[in-house]
Design a protein around this ligand. Sequence first.
Ligand code: NAI
Length: 292
Amino acid sequence: MAEIQIIGVVGGGQMGSGIALLAAAHGIEVWLHDSDLNALNRAHNYISDFIQNIVPKGHRSQAAGSDALKHLHCTSNLEDLHPADVIIEAIIESEDVKRKLFSELDKIAKASTILASNTSSISITRLASATNRPEQVIGMHFMNPPPIMKLIEIVRGAETSDETFSVTKALAERFGKTVICSQDYPGFIVNRILMPMINEAFYALYTAVASKEDIDTGMKLGTKHPMGPLELADFIGLDVCLSIMKILHNGLGDSRYAPCPLLVQYVDAGRLGRKRGTGVYNYRKKAEETKA
Ligand code: NAI
């Protein structure tokens, strides 16, 4: 396949907006779709703010920043993604919803288009089976936030072709990322290890082993993690963490992966983490204290 010229991104939340920004900043035409217009507006604002306020201070000139914005097209019409060479899906972590989308994308996309999923844990083989091009379906798991984090985990489904793998790897490297390659098992590499640790931190809080602050400080200063596990869970999104734990639990069939009841309760209560202003910690209070 010739070099990737156009990328489609589906889902303009935390991850999709970051992936679109990364691609536009590397001079690739990007079509970003979200089914929710508010989310699409938030994504556009986030990308403009990032380019105007953060990128010029560090690595890029103002001109490069405005060039990146010229490469970005936001759309509420999924069919606008037709010309994309690669479409990266970054919608909610639900297998049913993703399978429905992959089936639609299969009809909309060009015959040569690669369909990649940013899923944290869902089987690529099962997403691929919702399409008639399973050899062109692959996992491209960016880390949060995509413009900053240096890793992309590539996951090959049972039918993923060598060509799809090489094109995806080359794209990840064009973004300046290091690639690791995982087999298609629940949670892949990173979340197979990270999520049980986060879940265990919830169990420590749930069983009153220690305060949330001490759990986080213990892991930051005791094991040199840049963020504590509860803080990190809030950053990722507690709904995303819960979905991944359920996939590990169902997929690996071992009770040690059962989601902690406290994590389930927070999600039930709408305490989804930073994106909702409250999770394990209360960010609204912190924002008010900063203003005062
Ligand atoms: P998010 O909740 O911030 O964004 C999801 C977006 O998808 C929302 O804007 C929503 O309106 C949109 N959406 C939902 N269904 C849609 C559909 N059918 N068509 C079009 N748009 C739709 O979620 P986030 O955190 O960005 O996660 C997205 C994916 O990335 C998930 O699969 C997640 O597991 C994965 N991921 C998340 C990471 C994180 O730290 N949050 C890290 C790496 C991967």
